[in-house]
Design a protein around this ligand. Structure first.
Ligand code: HEC
Length: 116
């Protein structure tokens, strides 16, 4: 490769790096207002709060438990969408299935929970 071509090559690499970097940032951003609205309409606060244990664990405790786990988002997606069996004071019941307009809204909420 001659020098001119090489410098084009470097610039192209840099451009790809910059754009993919900003896409990654966009993918990480949490819409806090949308997440909190979804918690409200689903009445999740009956059993959860951000930092206090109620019948269910605090979101902070869940975030701490799953920190650094590669499949954390997938695990919570399954938890929220498949009504797994949970136990409250020794009584088994189905976990509430979340009602949201689409999967993206659920994933945004999961990012919110994991970033508490
Ligand atoms: C009737 C009470 C109740 C309601 C309502 C409820 N949850 Fe839960 N939730 C629980 C309990 C209890 C657990 C603990 C389950 C376990 O650890 O086995 C739990 C677990 C969780 C977890 C942690 C899962 C994990 O793997 O650590 C998340 C996140 C969660 N709930 C979110 C929600 C959201 C969001 C809503 C509203 C759509 C909701 N919950 C509604 C009781 C509830």
């Amino acid at each position: 490769m001659n020098q001119v071509k090489f410098s084009y090559f470097l610039r192209a690499l840099l451009a790809v790096g910059l754009t993919s970097g900003s896409f990654a940032l966009q993918a990480q951003a949490v819409d806090v207002a949308a997440a909190e609205a979804l918690l409200l309409t689903n009445k999740c606060a009956k059993c959860h709060s951000v930092d206090k244990k109620k019948d269910g664990p605090a979101y902070k405790a869940t975030a701490a438990k799953l920190k650094g786990k590669a499949n954390a988002e997938a695990e919570l997606f399954t938890h929220l969408t498949t009504a797994p069996t949970i136990e409250i004071d020794g009584v088994k019941e189905e976990h509430q299935k979340i009602k949201a307009k689409d999967d993206a809204a659920v994933k945004n909420l999961i990012k919110y929970i994991l970033s508490r």
